[in-house]
Design a protein around this ligand. Structure first.
Ligand code: HEM
Length: 488
């Protein structure tokens, strides 16, 4: 147990009551959630956001610090506030579903009664220095080196080739403003920018969740349902029946996400490290690759042109899930529109990658026990998990993901995943080599092995090109509320 906190940070059964209608948060849980920012232990779940990247003026550090205290006091959403409002959001959601009016959930009614605008604020290592707050800065070396310091480790494009202003401007802070109503987001973002003292907004990115139908699941620009599998920190979100978590347990201890905040209160002061990467998606390249693979599958079946089933399977081999989210390790065809997307699965029955190739995006980023073959324990493997908080963007004809993930340690979580799993051509299998993750692998493309038929030993070697390009990024720390309030 953490000193002076009656919460076990390793327990994977989740915090809070199993049923919020019958139970409440404990006093310790309330104190902790009141001191950490929202969006760390659970996504804020809003469909629209603006990301304001700030640069502080070192000669006006006092003004900037006072401004941050104001922002924290008046606007930043704590995890406790997010918890309270999520209960109202859930109620409104239930009601609108009963009324067969899912849209009501995202209407003004929700915006006005259900929840306030969601706000996060975070600082980069350079941001702490610019504010004269080095004593409150986490000393972690990977964080302090920033995203620019990780370029060679992660095979990222050189910083001079990043998009402006990321190629030159230092990002000191990031403010995320999110809501279901884009108009409210815009007005709040403008108000925050206008109130800023001792700094300037160097870049604004606009995020928009893409949905299937009015209230359907979120998907990304390649057309696949996203945000399905994430670590779950609250007991109410974790399936309670042991059968439902037998093959994969999504539960996670707070230690996966929370890091002690050197600037916060001794007992409850925790924050989280956040990785931001602007990832542009080349839809033409992705579809070209997917078509090549579908064509090869058709050829195996003595057909010259791929049919819809080849096209579906090719995409599922690349991602590891069909566009509707159904895992390809479980079935050769998608399930069709369905709200219940399985996550209770692993690859134990597919040790040769005959159904879900080793290089597929979800098998690279969550091997679900594959690394135990290499002598790793499942417990250790699970410590590399990240909590994704990304949102799609579209700007001047370019599309992609404003990739965001939170974790306790960037080196052993995000960087470990990108470097030793995603980019590693000998990940899990040396002979034949696995190759890169076809979505986000960075490095020299090489042949990957694709099952010629679903479940067959025969493989088709085919090298897919990179269709996701990193355009800029930074590492941030989300300070505790107690740290933010004491910055002046
Ligand atoms: C899962 C797309 C970038 C890590 C997924 C899924 C999709 C997807 C469609 C399956 C749905 C789900 O389980 O939520 C993309 C796209 C990306 C991208 C289009 C870039 C534009 C990244 C990056 C990482 C990452 C940079 C980290 C290095 C993960 C993880 C999962 C996942 C951990 C969950 C795997 C699991 O638990 O089964 N992604 N992703 N993704 N992605 Fe990505």
């Amino acid at each position: 147990k953490e000193p002076s906190m009656a919460i076990d940070f390793d327990a994977e059964s989740g915090i809070g009551p199993k049923d919020p209608k019958k139970g409440e948060l404990t006093t310790e849980e309330k104190a902790l959630l009141g001191d950490i920012q929202g969006n760390i232990l659970k996504s804020h779940g809003r469909d629209h956001s603006q990301h304001l990247f700030l640069k502080f003026d070192t000669t006006k550090a006092n003004e900037a610090r006072a401004w941050l205290v104001q922002l924290a006091t008046k606007k930043v959403t704590s995890a406790l506030k997010q918890w309270d409002e999520s209960l109202t959001r859930a109620e409104i959601f239930e009601k609108s579903m009963k009324k067969q009016d899912p849209e009501a959930y995202r209407s003004d009614e929700l915006a006005k009664k259900g929840s306030s605008i969601f706000i996060n604020v975070m600082l980069s290592a350079k941001g702490y220095d610019a504010l004269g707050l080095s004593s409150k800065k986490p000393k972690d070396a990977t964080f302090c080196g920033g995203a620019a310091g990780a370029v060679s480790r992660l095979a990222d494009p050189a910083r001079k080739d990043w998009e402006a202003p990321y190629d030159t401007a230092d990002l000191h802070a990031l403010v995320i403003v999110a809501d279901d109503d884009p108009g409210r987001v815009d007005a709040e973002a403008k108000a925050i920018a206008a109130s800023l003292k001792g700094g300037t907004v160097v870049s604004t990115e606009v995020g928009k969740a893409l949905r299937r139908g009015k209230n359907g699941p979120v998907h990304e620009h390649f057309g696949f349902v996203d945000g399905v599998s994430n670590p779950l920190f609250f007991a109410k979100d974790i399936p309670q029946k042991s059968d439902d978590i037998k093959r994969w347990n999504p539960g996670a201890g707070l230690n996966l996400a929370l890091a002690k905040d050197p600037g916060g209160k001794a007992t409850t002061g925790y924050g989280s490290f956040l990785v931001y990467r602007k990832l542009e998606q080349d839809i033409n390249q992705f579809n070209k690759d997917r078509h090549e693979l579908a064509k090869a599958l058709a050829k195996e079946d003595q057909r010259t042109e791929p049919n819809h089933a080849d096209w579906q399977l090719a995409g599922a081999y690349m991602v590891g899930r069909f566009p509707d989210g159904f895992p390809v390790s479980e079935k050769a065809t998608p399930e069709g529109a369905n709200n219940d997307i399985p996550n209770n699965f692993n690859f134990d029955a597919d040790t040769k990658g005959l159904k879900c190739p080793f290089q597929s995006h979800i098998r690279k980023t969550n091997p679900r026990g594959d690394t135990t073959k290499l002598g790793e324990t499942l417990k250790k493997e699970r410590t590399h998990r990240i909590s994704r908080r990304a949102i799609s963007y579209e700007k001047k004809g370019k599309v992609g993901l404003l990739f965001l993930c939170v974790q306790k340690n960037i080196e052993t979580q995000f960087e470990f995943m990108q470097k030793l799993w995603v980019n590693n051509p000998t990940f899990v299998q040396q002979n034949p080599r696995t190759g890169l993750d076809p979505l986000i692998g960075q490095g020299t493309p090489e042949s990957q092995q694709w099952p010629a038929k679903y479940g067959s030993e025969k493989k088709i070697p085919l090298s897919l090109q990179q269709s996701v390009h990193m355009r800029g990024g930074e590492y941030f720390f989300l300070p505790s509320m107690s740290c933010l309030m004491s910055m002046a």
